[in-house]
Design a protein around this ligand. Structure first.
Ligand code: TRP
Length: 335
């Protein structure tokens, strides 16, 4: 089959600015897929409600920030449909219908349910909506009859559930949905400033569109080889965070040189930080400039979303007609 006739869908919860972990882990890949598939990318603002229902004040602004950064990173509204979940109400209708056929234990056994409840213990996540998180995610995917979902490892159990639900729905009501497959891509390791996985919840991120001065300041706080205490101690690039970043940003020649000079203690951690910061600043320049352009005219973001919402709605409405017919609850003839 021609790949352009196949649909890819992925989404991101609005947590604000995109960081380098999001970029190398997902967004860079979304940008590439635009030329290969019919792509739908969206901001999952209803999903933000599942954990942030008590304070919703940041969600709309985070949706703006995430969309602006996605555009700066290279998502192109001429190639992909870029939209906001809550503006396509059909996701909610499909979620409701799916909830009727989903056995509770299927949701209760999804590992992220208990894991997240334990991790975010300051929030009461013993709610109907939170249990239904992967079911809403299923609706997000199948309402576009998506074939592929580029997701990280942490989301694989959700996608597994989506396929089980599709099989159950199709068995009851006929073949409406394709089973969505994960689109596995090798993603590089992106450590945070402190060496743990880069994540908003650890406060160790570097924003994709950080200013040059912010990049310099953040790189200065990076953890390096803990055993390299003095300048003349030889370093171990394989356990050093900085070196991971060189692998993401530097050319082969620089990587080889830093590797050699660090091991021989010819270059110190501070020298290396200065070098790395300038390389990152240069490499991220086009993204940062695009973001600055958007900030001078924020209506770019709202225009992209308005247009994307409309396109997404068309496809979702088409699917919902199929669903209502399949379930035999369709009164559209009355109108
Ligand atoms: N759960 C995803 C995340 O936390 C966001 C998401 C919501 C999503 N719906 C989706 C991802 C559908 C892929 C497909 O990152």
């Amino acid at each position: 089959m021609n790949s352009a006739s196949q649909t890819v869908l992925s989404g991101l919860r609005p947590t604000g600015r995109i960081h380098l972990g999001n970029y190398f882990g997902a967004v860079r890949n979304w940008v590439r897929l635009q030329d290969l598939y019919d792509c739908y990318y969206f901001i999952a603002d209803w999903h933000a409600l599942t954990s942030d229902y008590a304070d919703t004040s940041r969600i709309t602004n985070a949706t703006f920030e995430a969309t602006a950064d996605l555009l700066a990173a290279g998502l192109d509204p001429a190639k992909s449909t870029i939209f906001v979940q809550s503006e396509v109400k059909e996701h909610a209708e499909l979620h409701l219908i799916l909830s009727m056929v989903t056995p509770l234990p299927w949701l209760e056994r999804v590992p992220t349910f208990k894991d997240q409840q334990a991790q975010l213990e300051d929030k009461d996540l013993n709610t109907y909506g939170f249990l239904g998180y992967p079911l809403l995610q299923t609706a997000d995917i199948i309402i576009y009859r998506a074939n592929f979902v580029p997701v990280g490892e942490d989301q694989e159990s959700h996608l597994e559930l989506s396929r089980e639900i599709v099989r159950r729905f199709n068995r009851f009501y006929g073949d409406v949905f394709p089973e969505p497959l994960p689109l596995a891509t090798t993603t590089p390791k992106v450590p945070g400033l402190d060496g743990r996985k880069m994540s908003k919840s650890y406060g160790n991120t570097i924003p994709l569109t950080a200013s040059a001065d912010d990049i310099r300041a953040l790189v200065m706080t990076m953890f390096t080889d803990p055993e390299r205490i003095r300048r003349k101690d030889p370093g171990r690039p394989d356990v050093c965070n900085l070196f991971q970043f060189h692998k993401l940003f530097s050319n082969d020649e620089t990587i080889a040189r830093v590797d050699r000079e660090c091991r021989a203690a010819e270059i110190g951690c501070v020298d290396d930080k200065k070098l790395l910061a300038e390389i990152m600043i240069e490499s991220l320049r086009p993204v940062r400039e695009k973001r600055e352009q958007i900030d001078r005219d924020p209506s770019i973001v709202w225009d992209v979303l308005r247009d994307g919402n409309r396109k997404a709605r068309e496809r979702a409405q088409e699917t919902m007609q199929l669903v209502r017919d399949a379930v035999k609850i369709n009164y559209s003839g009355l109108q």
